[in-house]
Design a protein around this ligand. Structure first.
Ligand code: SIN
Length: 324
């Protein structure tokens, strides 16, 4: 199945830039039968492109980072956002593909969704098995990413894994082992990639392009610190008090609490969070449930986060505090 390629005015196919950040898709194990005991972020991004045939069109690879995505941090996000913005601004570039680990892919996707002003596609692609596996999933996922990024009209920050396309706002890793590890909860996938053809079932995500965020992110040496706390049986709030006891420069500027059910919080933890609020820390409330939104129930002392998981609410609050 040949891939569709948009052309420049002189008839040449446009470039797709593949930015490497590491992950299992670039992982290597000593035994080809081992799908779980491997070193993530071992192979260079150029080495991952060998399985693509000539119909993938003109490609350019660039290694932005080489990390196991559990170790993702703001510095990598900053570098990645700037390289995405650089390439997306070139007329002859059709879109960007980012190779990434599965573990924090949803966070990177949401960060890019918030800070990139481009309407061209940015597709994050990952794998659950290392590149050295007997039956690796990375090559097919990468081929699907190429089909997606080359499809006319596709836009926004998207992820593709096991043939399912998700948007940055809703995507989350849902499974520790299955090749089809991602879901979008009640919203469902945006599209499917089937034998190189993209079957769209929902609108492409539309971020409100705002170049200000990228400028802001580019200038930030250290982002505002935002931590996540979890409400659970026996949550006594000591963790919050310990954070408040830190020296002012180390203290979080924001806290996201992943509450139970509809955003309810253990009474002792709530009291500690209110002490934090009184001390000037911004506190947002979300839920630890995988699906569903926190619905407004009058009179709760803590504001609800936007309709996001705790890890994405952390990013939203970090950006809000940086922009304040
Ligand atoms: C990672 O997130 O970098 C390692 C795990 C994975 O990619 O599945």
């Amino acid at each position: 199945m040949s891939l569709q390629k948009e052309e420049t005015t002189d008839g040449a196919a446009r470039l797709v830039v593949v930015l490497g950040t590491g992950g299992t898709i670039a992982g290597a194990a000593t035994d080809v039968r081992d799908n779980v005991g491997y070193q993530a972020a071992s192979l260079a991004v150029e080495d991952l492109l060998g399985h693509l045939s000539a119909d993938a069109g003109p490609l350019q690879a660039e290694q932005v980072a080489q990390v196991d995505s559990k170790d993702m941090d703001f510095g990598v996000w900053q570098a990645l956002a700037l390289r995405c913005a650089h390439w997306l601004a070139q007329d002859d570039v059709q879109g960007v593909v980012v190779t990434h680990g599965t573990d924090t892919l949803e966070e990177t996707a949401y960060f890019l969704h918030r800070v990139l002003a481009s309407r061209k596609p940015v597709v994050l692609v990952s794998a659950m098995r290392p590149a050295t596996a007997l039956a690796p999933d990375g090559p097919q996922n990468l081929r699907d990413a190429m089909a997606l990024v080359r499809t006319p009209g596709v836009s926004g920050v998207l992820t593709v894994c096991a043939g399912r396309v998700h948007g940055a706002q809703d995507v989350r890793k849902e499974h520790t082992y299955r090749l089809d590890a991602f879901g979008s909860g009640d919203a469902g996938p945006i599209a499917y990639v089937e034998e190189g053809a993209v079957r769209q079932v929902r609108a492409w995500p539309c971020a409100a392009p705002n170049g200000r965020w990228l400028e802001l992110v580019a200038q930030l040496a250290v982002p505002p610190r935002v931590d996540i706390v979890l409400s659970h049986a026996g949550a006594d709030g000591r963790i919050v008090d310990a954070l408040l006891a830190l020296a002012p420069a180390a203290r979080p500027a924001g806290l996201v609490v992943a509450g139970t059910g509809n955003g309810s919080i253990h009474a002792a933890l709530l009291a500690a969070l209110q002490r934090a609020q009184a001390a000037g820390v911004r506190v947002w409330r979300t839920t630890r449930c995988a699906y569903g939104s926190v619905l407004a129930a009058g009179g709760h002392p803590l504001p609800m986060a936007p309709d996001l998981s705790a890890v994405k609410a952390r990013i939203a609050l970090m950006l809000e505090l940086a922009g304040a």
